[in-house]
Design a binder for this molecule. Structure first.
Ligand SMILES: [Zn+2]
Length: 151
């Protein structure tokens, strides 16, 4: 089976961008609703960007342990947890509430990642924090990319 993972990251993202651009021009009412719902689901409370609704708090608890998957720091030592979109919400608004696109990382790492596209992000990590590169590749949103291609 020729899996998506055999492709180079660049090829994958060229494809994802192409599909993404096409999809972006066909946003539905549901997409806009999901985009707004995320803010409510996550509910930004003070300086904590972690889930503060019952549902999101539970989700965060079930989908993270005590350490940030990027830097390996304990959340309690790095300003706490935050929910991040692997593929940025601004570019992929229809993935706002797609849980395959969400992960929990520390606040510091979230600030650093910012609105970077995943592809740019891997490059950034590769050049700035090569010791973290393997973990980032592990977290690559493969299924999401695959579904983008089929969508
Ligand atoms: Zn971190």
């Amino acid at each position: 089976m020729a899996s998506e993972t055999d492709k180079t990251l660049k090829e994958l993202f060229t494809l994802a961008n192409k599909v993404g651009n096409r999809r972006y021009h066909r946003l539905t009412q549901q997409d806009f609703d999901d985009y707004r719902s995320f803010d409510y689901w996550r509910y930004i409370n003070g300086d904590s960007e972690c889930g503060t609704t019952e549902a999101s708090r539970t989700w965060v608890r079930d989908n993270s342990d005590r350490h940030c998957p990027i830097c390996g720091e304990q959340y309690s030592h790095s300003n706490g947890r935050s929910i991040d979109h692997k593929l940025p919400r601004a570019q992929y608004p229809w993935l706002s509430l797609d849980f395959r696109n969400l992960w929990v990382i520390c606040y510091q790492c979230n600030q650093e990642k910012g609105e970077r596209h995943w592809y740019e992000y891997e490059h950034y990590i590769f050049t700035r924090h090569p010791e973290r590169y393997e973990d980032i590749v592990f977290a690559r949103p493969r299924h999401l990319l695959k579904s983008l291609r089929q969508g």
